[in-house]
Design a protein around this ligand. Sequence first.
Ligand code: PLP
Length: 372
Amino acid sequence: MQIETIAVRGGHQEDPAFGAVAPSIHLSTTFARDSQGELVGPHTYTRSGNPNRSALEETVAALEGGDRGLAFASGMAAIHAVLQTLSPGDHVLAPDDIYHGSRDLIMDMARWGLQASFADLSNPEAFRAALQPNTRMIFVETPSNPMLQITDIAWVVRAAGEVGALVAVDNTWATPVLQRPLELGADLALHSSTKYFGGHSDVMGGMVVCRQEGSTAERLASLQHGAGAVPGPFDSWLIRRGLMTLPVRVRAQTDSAMHLAVFLHRHPAVARVHYPGLPGHPGYAVAREQMAGFGGMLSFELAGGETAAAAVLGKLQLFSRATSLGGVESLVEHRYKVEGPHGRTPKNLLRISVGLENPADLMEDLENALEP
Ligand code: PLP
């Protein structure tokens, strides 16, 4: 089945009681057994599994082309579980430019004996130099947050094979509509479902999809059940509903982002635009190869520095000034401020999540805000 069909039909079960077309929400925390003590259906207890969560997990696994999908309560809970598949003394290599929450979590896990280093994974030389004999996981985020650096997933997979490391790709920004890391050989695809999957800025969630069944998938399932950071039935239902429109939303957002990137690139008040769809972007060639579109996220730096960034932010009227991304409404944020004093983002940078408003209206808003 094609991705649009999976998004609508994946994990779908006919309702035998009423013939309801829309999936029902099963709030029950526990599931009955018959007089012989056998379970009536496939589920026992909602922390270990629930009909709404199963539908979500099956659909996302199919969208990513993996054997098993595991849903978590947030993107960070998913990332935490992935890191917990490692053992004390193992080394994880992650990109310099990465969601700051992931960076903080990886560093915090040093307390439990995890060794970590960060390198420019978009630069093969720097990447190779950072590999260690005990590297057991390469954590990739491409496009990266917030600088939209591009990492060549197939190249990382080959290098990881040489040291026997797993490759985990945070695919939140691209979504399986634009990029399928497991088909490029990665072992795990991760998501903050809070973003494009939910798509409406009203639900938190996370996902891990395993390319293959095996010990890592088993360990993740055991962490999901044992640590219990799972989404509830209603959250699972909301995310599953969001997935139905994922392909159309992401493609429309990608088209609009390309228009905005070109407009900003030509604007004299803008010093740099970070968008992999622009031919001058250092990751353009790799992105063209491994992505089916360049995505709905972009960031740009103001020629007038931090003061100009603050002024533009203040003048925008249509964009909501808020963190997060992937919803139907366009968002803008001063990333340095959001990341706090330890952030690495340039102070003159604004990050945009392009929504589903008409791109001409978004452009007009930006044009007005960029006026001196
Ligand atoms: N991964 C990426 C690339 C993100 O941008 C974010 C949040 O912004 C996360 C993970 C964390 O997801 P959540 O906020 O759902 O825990």
